[in-house]
Design a protein around this ligand. Sequence first.
Ligand SMILES: NC(=O)c1ccc[n+]([C@@H]2O[C@H](COP(=O)([O-])OP(=O)(O)OC[C@H]3O[C@@H](n4cnc5c(N)ncnc54)[C@H](O)[C@@H]3O)[C@@H](O)[C@H]2O)c1
Length: 294
Amino acid sequence: MKVAVVGSGVIGASWTTLFLRYGHEVVATDPAPGAEDRLRAAVTGDQTLLTFTADVEEAVADAGFVQENGPERPELKDGLFAALDAAAPPETVLASSSSGLLPSRIQQACGAHPERVLVGHPFNPPHLIPLVEVVPGERTGEPAVEAAMAFYRSLGRKPIRLRQELPGHVANRLQAALWREAYSLVDRGAATVSDIDTAIAHGPGLRWALLGPFLNQHLSGGAGGIAHVLEHLGPPMEEWWADLGAPSLTPELAHRITDQVAEELAGTGVESLVAERDALLTHLIEAKNRTEHL
Ligand SMILES: NC(=O)c1ccc[n+]([C@@H]2O[C@H](COP(=O)([O-])OP(=O)(O)OC[C@H]3O[C@@H](n4cnc5c(N)ncnc54)[C@H](O)[C@@H]3O)[C@@H](O)[C@H]2O)c1
């Protein structure tokens, strides 16, 4: 299939790597000077199936799927989606990578075929992280949702379909909930940045990479499963919920966090950290793919 990648920055380049890996023809478009060179430098794998044009209409004219990754600015997405809707074949799904915009808002700009517009929100980098959140808007049709789910599955992704449009979708809200308490604990002086990073990366984070919060809770209940856990740990959990913080990002807290992150890194280069993390992530995803239930 021919896939159009609209906006070839960080996310667009990573999607391009994934689409090429699965043998799709990719036509990328981006108006920025030097965009093609930057894209070709960022993309890994065989680029013989990759073409580039600065003309967005030409890019999507015969595309079977459009993945939009332009800047996260509502007015810009409006203009862009109006152009995509006018130029792409009527059946072609127009998926936005948007982290924050709601699909009902995005599809308002699409006078011709809003029923094929949705959010297909990846996790950075989409060529490694399998999650994609598929979010239909008020006017999105079922065929478009099913086509997007099937397309992402065909790329080895793990799409979830959201039942409601929410700011931040689902996964970023879950992260935000954890960050809220992490920031609050540093604010209260109950733990340092480094303590919290250790607690997650060497504690629950290890299991969360394998199974989600509910199945982990179910497994911690032994034969009685989650019903047993909720019976005896439900009341204390509610007490903890009542005590969770709601910190404000004051300049003082922001400085404290920034300083403590620098202390934690203590000279370790960010580039080598990213390289180690991504190499291990690749092994982990491959290992998970070899298991039966994970
Ligand atoms: N970076 C992340 O972690 C992340 C994760 C998930 C989703 N997203 C979403 O992906 C989208 C892109 O984010 P990014 O981080 O790749 O940003 P980015 O700034 O790296 O890339 C945006 C690209 O869009 C191009 N662009 C500008 N005007 C355009 C137009 N009219 N048509 C097409 N392209 C245009 C820019 O030249 C740039 O190359 C955003 O909607 C963002 O919310 C980002």
